[in-house]
Design a binder for this molecule. Structure first.
Ligand code: FAD
Ligand code: SF4
Length: 493
């Protein structure tokens, strides 16, 4: 049996991924090939610059089948729709039987998710999550009740961080010879892509992944819940795990990660609100998003329920904006290929939502810039959760917020050139007028949504002239935005 692994240009450039993300994936692959070899496997590893590399999955499978005189092909199901479609053609292309195996980077299989979803009127994550708790037994008592007597402890979470907190930095790993070689390759071949390649200190092996997990569980998990929604300038990770890159790559198993967190709770090393909140992200949100992706592809990729068409503003690539929350979030994204959930949802996503940015242009940006971004998880998070472009299949209301939310959850506003308390005019926080403008633009669609009743009640108490002032202020600001035209995301841009 031969294990075929390949670095191909088509995958590295179908969007022009962040340099750090390409280096991470190639380095992790090369290290994994070494591990397989030392475990006795025969590995045929095609490097990007290898002679004859056709630079596509299908081309390499065909070539390898011939080279090795294969009698069958066995492959794990592609995590993305595009790759899965390609796999479907391999039997014909190679003339061989092709066996497609389930992907064990997930706890819930695609058929099991589709069975859960079938016939339900509303596919809310919360119900799926409770089923996953029952199925896995995580944080469940012997009598089938949630540990602690509740399914969630959100009221204990989401605090504003006090000044001067000491945040634990995630464990860093110096590049070894393999990674150094990959960094040279990426600098030479992908130098024009977005983002900083170095310093590079991400985990790339199973052993490093386990160290990163251990460090998170001991140093950050206890406060994960409390400060889950906080944002602090210059603190890229806060109490977040940054384990998404390792779970999505397959270097950590989602269940082992959750079990490690539950064990910390059982030993009294981490409180229930943090552990429950963390487990919910993985067996709840991560599995649910993947299921929703497969349920709705390929249509998901072109959803545009709010008919938003504005080009992506240029500052998403350059960070060149006076809005400090956005400049900070883009800056760390460029440096680290990472931003945490609330920066993604309530700063970068929220701005695009209320400014009416085209969800597909935004989705391309998210797919390029994060080290954990693959279409199966990026698309439902961006097009669904953050942009409401799926017409509420995922979120029961749009994640739209004014500057007041960002001010409450971060320390960004204090040193911003805009005034978060001002509602309109050139010095006012742009999120304020954009927020009301968004509600006004979509009043017909959302006025009947019970979760938005209060906001519309407030809007409709405003006088006609006040409403006009908000809308003019938003229009003036939107007219000042410079669109992105530089082809950062796709070569054909
Ligand atoms: P933690 O806060 O430590 O959470 C623990 C784990 O829970 C994560 O590692 C991840 O595996 C899982 N998780 C949490 N929330 C989600 C979610 N909504 N969907 C799926 N898994 C989740 N996640 C990606 O893995 N890839 C993406 O491309 C991606 N794009 C996103 C785009 C937007 C607009 C939004 C709002 C969210 C996106 N997410 C994505 C989800 C989430 O923001 C990241 O998983 C998380 O920020 C990763 O950092 P972490 O490992 O420190 O997470
Ligand atoms: Fe962002 Fe507005 Fe706060 Fe500035 S004032 S950091 S633009 S929310």
């Amino acid at each position: 049996m031969v294990v075929l692994m390949m670095e191909v240009w088509d995958e590295a450039t179908y969007v022009r991924h962040h340099k750090k993300k390409i280096a991470l994936i190639f380095s992790a692959m090369r290290h994994f090939a070494e591990t397989l070899r030392s475990d006795g496997w025969t590995v045929d590893y095609i490097e990007l610059d290898a002679k004859g590399n056709t630079q596509s999955f299908s081309g390499e499978v065909e070539r390898a089948a011939r080279r090795h005189g294969a009698t069958f092909v066995r492959v794990v199901e592609g995590a993305e729709y595009r790759v899965r479609q390609e796999q479907e053609s391999w039997a014909e292309r190679t003339g061989l039987p092709v066996e497609i195996l389930e992907d064990d980077r997930f706890i819930c299989t695609i058929p099991a998710f589709l069975t859960w979803a079938r016939g339900r009127r509303e596919l809310r994550m919360e119900y799926f999550y409770r089923d996953m708790r029952r199925k896995t037994g995580l944080l469940m008592t012997d009598s089938g009740m949630p540990v602690g007597g509740q399914w969630n402890f959100d009221h204990d979470n989401r605090r504003t961080p006090p000044r001067g907190l000491n945040y634990p930095a995630p464990e860093r790993f110096a590049p070894d010879a393999i990674t150094t070689e990959v960094l040279k390759l990426v600098a030479a071949r992908f130098g024009q892509h977005f983002g900083d390649l170095e310093p590079f200190a991400l985990p790339v092996t199973r052993e490093q992944a386990l160290r990163a997990l251990k460090q998170f569980i001991t140093a950050a998990l206890p406060d994960f819940g409390r400060y889950e929604d906080a944002m602090v300038a210059g603190q890229d990770y806060l109490y977040h795990s940054s384990l998404s890159l390792l779970i999505n790559l397959g270097l950590l198993d989602p269940l082992e990660v959750c079990q490690a967190a539950v064990e910390a709770y059982e030993k009294g090393d981490a409180p229930i609100n943090s552990v429950q909140g963390f487990v919910r992200q993985i067996i709840g949100w991560r599995e649910y998003m993947r299921g929703m992706y497969w349920r709705d592809m390929p249509a998901f990729a072109t959803r545009k329920a709010l008919a938003a068409t504005r080009p992506l503003p240029d500052f998403y690539w350059t960070g060149d904006t006076d809005m400090r929350c956005l400049a900070e979030s883009v800056g760390q994204t460029k440096r680290e290929a990472y931003a945490h959930h609330i920066q993604r949802l309530m700063v970068l996503g929220n701005f695009a939502l209320i400014a009416g940015v085209d969800p597909q242009a935004l989705s391309d940006w998210f797919l390029v810039v994060y080290f954990d971004a693959y279409e199966w998880v990026e698309l439902p998070n961006v097009v669904g959760m953050s942009q409401f472009a799926d017409d509420g299949a995922i979120a029961s209301k749009p994640y739209a917020a004014s500057g007041a939310y960002i001010d409450r959850m971060s320390d960004y506003c204090g040193e911003c050139r805009f005034d978060v308390k001002k509602k309109t005019g050139p010095d006012a926080c742009p999120f304020n007028a954009l927020y009301w403008d968004f509600l006004a633009r979509h009043e017909k669609r959302f006025v009947g949504n019970p979760r938005m009743r209060n906001m519309y009640a407030t809007w409709n108490r405003f006088s006609g002239s006040k409403k006009a002032e908000y809308r003019e202020s938003a229009a003036d600001f939107l007219a000042s935005l410079k669109p992105s035209t530089n082809g950062w995301a796709r070569e054909a841009d």
